[in-house]
Design a protein. Structure first.
Length: 317
C-alpha cells in the first residue's frame, strides 16, 4: 500500500506505534545529546563555559521555535493534501516551508551575529560568562542555516509517511556530536568554540542526509525549484497569525522578566534571589525558570489566552 494512502486506510493501532516510537526515540536521544554535550564542556572547559553555553541556549530556543512553527504547520498541510490526493499542493507546501525555514534562519544568523553581545547581555550573560557565550554562539549562529535544513525537513519526512527515516535524521546529529565534541575539546583544545563547531558539523551532516533523501528520488514528495518561491496562499496557512502572536507574547514575557525580575511571576531558582546570571549551584546545575506562584502564573496565562482568543475571533471574522 502507498504510504500516503496507508495513513488514511491503515489500522490506527499499528500506525500509532509505527509513528510514535521512532519519534519518542529521536526526542530522547536529542535530550540526552544536550546533556552529554554539557558534560564535556563542564569537564573539559569549566563551569563558566557551561554557564555561557546555557545563556547561549536562548538563541537556540528561538531557532527551534521557528523551525517547529513552520515544520508542524507545513507537515499538517502536507498530510491533509496527501489525504485529498493532491500531491502537487503537498509539494508546493513542502517547497514554501523549506524556503521559509531557510529565510528565517539566515535572517536570524545575520541579526544574531550583528547584535550578539547585547542579546547575550539581555539573556543574562555576566562579564565573566560573556566571552564563553560569545565564542559558542558566534560559531553556532554562523552555521545555523545548515542545521535548520535537518530540523525543518524532518517533520516533512514524517508527514509523508516515513517515520523511520525521520528518526534516523534525528539520530545522526547527536551521534556524530558525541564523537566530535570530546575530540575538539580534549584533543584539539578548541574549548567552547570546539563544542560549537562539533555541533555545526553534526547538524550539517544531518542536513546533507535529509537533502540526499529528497534529491535521490526516494521520497514521495520532491523539492522543486518552482515551489521554493513563497506564495501568500501557500505560506500564510503554514504560519497562522495566532501562533505568531503566541510566540511574540511569550517572548515578550521572557524579555520583560529578564529586565524586571518578578514582573510576570517567574522565579529564577529558589536558592538565588535575585538571580546572578549564569550562576551555578553546588550540584553544577544552572538556574532555570520556574513559576514563582500559581496566582501569578495563572494571571499571565489568562491574559495571554484571552488575547489569543480575540485574535482567533478576528481571524474567523
Amino acid at each position: 500500500m502507498d504510504k500516503s494512502r496507508e495513513l488514511g486506510e491503515g489500522r490506527i493501532g499499528p500506525l500509532l506505534a509505527r509513528f510514535a516510537l521512532p519519534s519518542i526515540i529521536g526526542m530522547v536521544v536529542s535530550a540526552l545529546y544536550n546533556i552529554v554535550d554539557r558534560v564535556f564542556i563542564g569537564r573539559g572547559v569549566g563551569t563558566l563555559a557551561l554557564a555561557g553555553v546555557t545563556v547561549a541556549f536562548g538563541f537556540q530556543l528561538i531557532q527551534i521555535a521557528f523551525a517547529v512553527l513552520i515544520g508542524v504547520g507545513a507537515s499538517a498541510l502536507i498530510s491533509i493534501s496527501l489525504g485529498e490526493g493532491n500531491k502537487d499542493k503537498a509539494e508546493r507546501v513542502l517547497g514554501n516551508g523549506f524556503a521559509l525555514n531557510m529565510g528565517i534562519s539566515v535572517a536570524m544568523a545575520v541579526l544574531g551575529v550583528a547584535f550578539l553581545d547585547p542579546m547575550l547581555r539581555l539573556f543574562g550573560a555576566s562579564d565573566e560568562v560573556l566571552p564563553y557565550a560569545h565564542s559558542f554562539t558566534r560559531v553556532v549562529r554562523l552555521g545555523s542555516p545548515l542545521g535548520t535544513i535537518s530540523m525543518g525537513l524532518n517533520s516533512f519526512i514524517r508527514s509523508e509517511g516515513n517515520p523511520r527515516t525521520a528518526m534516523v535524521t534525528q539520530l545522526i546529529g547527536p551521534a556524530l556530536n558525541v564523537i566530535l565534541c570530546p575530540i575538539f575539546i580534549f584533543v584539539l583544545k578548541l574549548g567552547v568554540a570546539g563544542s560549537a563547531l562539533a555541533n555545526v558539523i553534526s547538524q550539517s551532516v544531518g542536513s546533507a542526509w535529509v537533502l540526499a533523501y529528497y534529491l535521490s528520488g526516494k521520497s514521495l514528495l520532491k523539492i522543486r525549484l518552482a515551489n521554493l518561491r513563497p506564495k501568500a496562499e501557500v505560506a500564510l496557512p503554514i504560519t497562522p497569525p495566532r501562533e505568531l502572536v503566541r510566540g511574540v507574547v511569550l517572548a515578550g514575557a521572557y524579555v520583560t522578566e529578564r529586565i524586571m525580575p518578578g514582573a510576570v511571576g517567574i522565579d529564577h531558582g529558589a536558592k538565588y534571589d535575585p538571580i546572578v546570571p549564569g550562576e551555578i549551584d553546588r550540584g553544577g546545575a544552572i538556574n532555570t525558570i520556574v513559576p514563582r506562584n500559581p496566582i501569578s502564573q495563572n494571571t499571565v496565562g489568562m491574559a495571554v489566552s484571552g488575547f489569543l482568543v480575540q485574535v482567533e475571533k478576528a481571524d474567523l471574522d
